[in-house]
Design a protein around this ligand. Structure first.
Ligand code: FCA
Length: 326
């Protein structure tokens, strides 16, 4: 009889896994470039949080402003309770805050911080980003040291700064790199600005190609930008112009699959290293914080800036392990 009642209960949706699923929290995780390995990793670690806590993670790629706004309405329609977002354009800030409010969704940002109409960060929205200036400084310091080790004459070195200045975290990263290079005596006039139209490898490849063509006098090259894709674009552009791996030093930021694929190539390339940042903190921890906010009303810290560690071909496995991102 008891067995029969249990069966009955399940079929009527009283208790059991079906009922649990109906009231499990729903959390959105929206990213600007779903094809980029960094964002894939963020999603992967957010999924880990979802499995541990038993909430449903709704992952949506939002490459444009209109897709962002549609996705937020969709989350509202699915009765999600909150979402984490890396927007395709930080100037969408006020619109995102308003849409989240209309749909009664809690809002957190990751990687790229929203700005208001005056370009000021929207401090009321909890944010997790990287310590951009410091990480950029580590990029610049690594490049300067490697130039020294190779014994290059500074006047023969051109530096490609793949830039995306409309995004504050991107500008802080490249400003940090320039600060370290300058401190090491690198001539400012040899730093070439290569603005990219989008934050992917293709756009960086095009931007770096133009800068190199305009400046044929350099014998050696170094390259930096906001992420690994930016630096890979510059390295590929250099290779296309016959620059040998030993004549270019590219140092990225990220350390996801884009960098690992490069390190796995049998021949060393011009992609010398990267500053590994943590998709685990940015994916797992943001999702956990959102879950706690929904469950117990505990609002996340307003601003968390995460650190990075230098990773090269030689120490990749160890550094990744140390940061807990295996
Ligand atoms: C930005 C970049 C990404 C990644 C992230 C931490 O969103 O576009 O590639 O570096 O910051």
């Amino acid at each position: 009889m008891q067995r029969l009642l249990v069966l009955l209960g399940v079929s009527l949706g009283l208790g059991g896994p079906a009922a649990q699923a109906a009231d499990e929290p729903k959390i959105g995780f929206l990213v600007k470039q779903a094809e980029e390995p960094w964002f894939q990793d963020e999603w992967k670690f957010a999924e880990q949080a979802a499995r541990e806590k038993g909430f449903k993670l709704i992952k949506i790629g939002v490459p444009s402003g209109s897709e962002v706004l549609t996705a937020i309405d969709n989350l509202g329609a699915q009765q999600a309770q909150g979402f984490i977002i890396c927007v395709p354009d930080v100037k969408l800030g006020s619109a995102v805050v308003a849409k989240a409010g209309q749909n009664k969704l809690k809002l957190m940002t990751v990687d790229d911080r929203l700005v208001d109409g005056a370009g000021k960060p929207i401090e009321s929205v909890p944010h997790m980003g990287i310590s951009a200036q410091k990480i950029g400084e580590l990029v610049g310091k690594t490049i300067a040291e490697e130039i020294g080790k190779r014994g290059w004459k500074l006047e023969e070195v051109g530096a490609i700064r793949v830039s995306y200045d409309q995004l504050p975290t991107a500008k802080e990263r490249t400003d940090g790199a320039i600060a370290s290079l300058t401190r090491a005596g690198f001539p400012g006039a040899n730093i070439l600005n290569a603005p990219q139209a989008k934050t992917d490898t293709e756009a960086a490849f095009n931007a770096a190609g133009i800068a190199m063509t305009k400046n044929p006098k350099f014998k050696y090259w170094v390259a930096f930008g906001l992420n690994d894709e930016a630096v890979l674009g510059a390295v590929r552009a250099a290779e296309g112009r016959g620059v040998k791996a030993g004549q270019i030093i590219g140092v990225g930021i990220g350390g996801s699959k884009s960098a690992l694929n490069e390190f796995a190539k049998p021949m060393v390339t011009g992609f010398f290293g990267t500053v590994l940042i943590s998709p685990k903190r940015h994916g797992y921890e943001t999702a956990m914080n959102m879950y706690e906010w929904i469950k117990s009303g505990k609002e996340p810290e307003k601003l968390i800036l995460t650190a990075g560690s230098l990773m090269t071909r030689d120490n990749a496995a160890a550094v990744r392990k140390e940061m807990g991102v295996e």
